[in-house]
Design a protein around this ligand. Structure first.
Ligand code: SF4
Length: 367
């Protein structure tokens, strides 16, 4: 965790083998968008999300056929699964023996006795519940009371459920209060964070397309994380769910909260560039997607900022003429021509990753 962020020390809940809350790493979630009844496609998508770095995956379970499929899906994957339930509390009970967490929506799950039954099934199976309040599906009376969704309405809806959970002495839950509006979402999370100590699942819901949704989520989720609020995140994008995981990682990496894979620092390029910075960065990013080890690479088009950035990265490239200068561990290493620039960089980065792996294995053996 970045030292400039003072994170709130929340209660820890366990979603399968992932600890959420306290000072545990902020976990990244996404949600499948395949038909849950299509077991093969759903398992594939979950495995793709797992490979992209998701910690937890949520799967929609709208009916009994999907509940049966969910049980088969769970057998075929390793990553913890949250069963997403709306309207019918009995489906939550049906999958409680399989799911690693149940997500229910206070706005549509119904009366207290139904929630109590869901709580009982969570207790019997020792799994947490995520109470997911959403501005788009607030209880009717709250919609009437507040006229339109706002932060106070979201918090009131959440607290009604907190009251029920407290009444049944159930503390094994996490909470989300999502809206598509940044201001409302941030305000609601700040307020609930002052009231409860359970972990908070952050997200800007229905954030939009890949580009607009990424910007919105980065601002909203980033504001909260930088204030120390939030224990797990889901970036909602109208895009491939794998993009949600990648953007989630980029947000955590940008805030120095968690690191994973190649972090490329690149200049925007200008007429001073000695090689095509944009082309090199895009190609490298694509080629190096399989690397999950933490490594920093600087790709800078010229001497204006090149040496400074290259000296603080694991691998650095400073554009120069007639040949560019490669830095390894902050020191000038060799000159590379533009012709084989990308191949050479890829090779150097992979070799650095493998050196780092050998080094960390030695440290483990020594300790
Ligand atoms: S580092 Fe050089 S090439 Fe890159 S933007 Fe700055 S001046 Fe332009």
């Amino acid at each position: 965790m970045s030292s400039w962020i003072k994170r709130k020390d929340t209660k820890v809940v366990r979603v399968g083998d992932v600890a959420v809350g306290g000072y545990n790493p902020i976990s990244i979630q996404s949600m499948t968008n395949t038909n849950t009844k299509d077991i093969v496609s759903t398992v594939k998508q979950i495995n793709d999300l797992d490979a992209a770095g998701a910690d937890i995956v949520r799967v929609s379970v709208p009916g009994y056929e999907e509940a049966n499929a969910f049980k088969e899906i769970k057998k075929a994957v390793k990553i913890p699964l949250v069963a997403d339930i709306h309207f019918d509390y009995k489906i939550a009970i049906e999958v409680a023996d399989t799911a690693d967490c149940l997500r229910i929506n206070p706005g549509n799950i119904g009366k207290q006795d139904k929630v109590k039954e869901v709580i009982n099934s969570a207790i019997d199976n020792d799994i947490p519940i995520r109470v997911g309040v959403n501005a788009g599906s607030l209880e009717k009376d709250l919609q009437k009371k507040y006229g339109e969704p706002n932060a106070d309405a979201l918090v009131e809806s959440a607290l009604r459920h907190v009251e029920i959970l407290d009444k049944f002495n159930f503390q094994n839950y996490k909470m989300s209060l999502k809206a598509s509006n940044i201001e409302m979402t941030v305000d609601a999370y700040r307020k609930i964070s002052e009231i409860i100590n359970q972990p908070l699942h952050l997200g800007i819901t229905e954030a939009g397309s890949y580009r607009a949704g990424t910007v919105k989520s980065s601002i909203g989720v980033g504001m909260l994380l930088s204030e120390g609020i939030g224990d797990t995140i889901r970036i909602s994008l109208a895009s491939n769910p794998v993009d949600e995981v990648k953007v989630g990682w980029d947000i955590l990496k940008s805030l120095n909260i968690r690191s994973r894979g190649v972090k490329i620092i690149a200049c925007p390029s200008c007429s001073r560039q000695n090689f095509n910075v944009i082309e090199v960065v895009n190609e490298l990013e694509e080629r190096l997607e399989d690397i999950s080890d933490d490594i920093e690479v600087a790709i800078i088009g010229c001497y204006v900022n090149g040496p400074g950035e290259s000296k603080v990265a694991n691998i650095g490239l400073t554009g120069a003429s007639p040949k560019n200068l490669l830095y390894v561990d902050g020191l000038p290493n060799k000159k590379i021509s533009n012709e084989n620039l990308i191949d050479e960089l890829e090779e150097q980065i992979r070799s650095k990753v493998s050196d780092k792996q050998i080094e960390s294995e030695k440290i483990i053996l020594r300790s």
